[in-house]
Design a protein around this ligand. Structure first.
Ligand code: ZN
Length: 281
């Protein structure tokens, strides 16, 4: 069944668990994530990132995501990840998306407030929750690599977070506390005390971006400290690619569908493992 971001994060808050949010730019990812969620009987968030538009147009994958969520046996939120433009946001809302993230994290503070507020106002006419981001994470949501950047991360200031949440009226906040998008080159060092402070001060469910590659201990501590949505994609996509390489090394493959299936099954196993950690089961 399809549920909105507010409801699914309320469940996470009540149970003090984290809910996995997985990008599903193609059908194999979509099946992998929903099959894992149904096997575990856990709520899940499926996301589409604006950055993946060229790889997978929202007009093609969006309706499939909404339909799959509606037909699922478990609660599923269909979420727009890292949206930068209001037209794109409205397009997703009209498709039936039930969560949107407006990402103004690269804007000056006041500008981020103004634009995020605008996103909240647009989403108010729909059955949809809104996530905002404050602070700046390294790398981009390409799922391709953690390439070096000119500027480093900017950690979220707890007092600014309080003002940001109050002014914008968002339902969930993505703070910056040491995670990065893409593949980690070294073990990430997280400021989970900052997460605890921001959660206590804002009272909002918090979101971990760049969630893949974090240790099980850090996930668990982060969830205890208020992380409720864990974005996980890069390592899942890499696992799919590794399964295809393994298959090609093992046997002569004639048909693409055999590669797609190998990738799907490997990603499903990876999602299953991640969801178990997030739900502490
Ligand atoms: Zn992200």
């Amino acid at each position: 069944m399809i549920v909105n971001l507010r409801e699914i994060l309320k469940t996470a808050e009540d149970k003090k668990i984290g809910i996995g949010a997985f990008n599903t730019p193609n059908f194999e990812c979509l099946c992998a994530v929903l099959n894992a969620a149904e096997t575990l009987d856990l709520p899940v968030i499926i996301s589409h990132a604006e950055l993946h538009e060229k790889l997978s147009p929202l007009s093609a994958i969006g309706p499939a995501m909404v339909l799959a969520a509606e037909r699922s046996k478990v609660p599923v939120c269909v979420h727009l990840d890292h949206c930068k433009t209001m037209d794109y946001l409205e397009y997703a809302l009209n498709l039936g998306f039930t969560g949107v993230m407006y990402d103004g994290s690269d804007l000056p503070f006041e500008e981020n407030i103004r634009k995020t507020k605008e996103a909240v106002k647009i989403a108010a006419g729909y059955n949809c929750g809104v996530e905002g981001e404050l602070g700046y994470l390294s790398s981009k949501e390409s799922g391709a690599s953690g390439s070096a950047e000119k500027s480093g991360p900017v950690y979220t200031d707890p007092d600014e977070a309080v003002l940001f949440c109050k002014e914008t009226g968002i339902d969930a906040l993505a703070p910056s506390f040491g995670t990065a998008h893409g593949i980690y080159k070294s073990k990430p060092i997280l400021d989970l005390g900052r997460v605890k402070d921001i959660h206590a001060l804002t009272g909002l469910p918090l979101v971990m971006h760049g969630g893949s590659g974090v240790s099980p201990e850090d996930y668990k501590k982060g969830i205890r400290n208020g992380l409720r949505k864990i974005n996980y994609y890069s390592y899942m996509a890499r696992t799919g690619a590794a399964a295809v390489k393994e298959l090609l090394a093992k046997e002569e493959v004639t048909y693409f569908h055999d590669m797609a299936l190998a990738a799907e099954k490997a990603m499903e196993a990876e999602v299953l493992t991640a969801m178990k950690i997030f739900a502490d089961i």
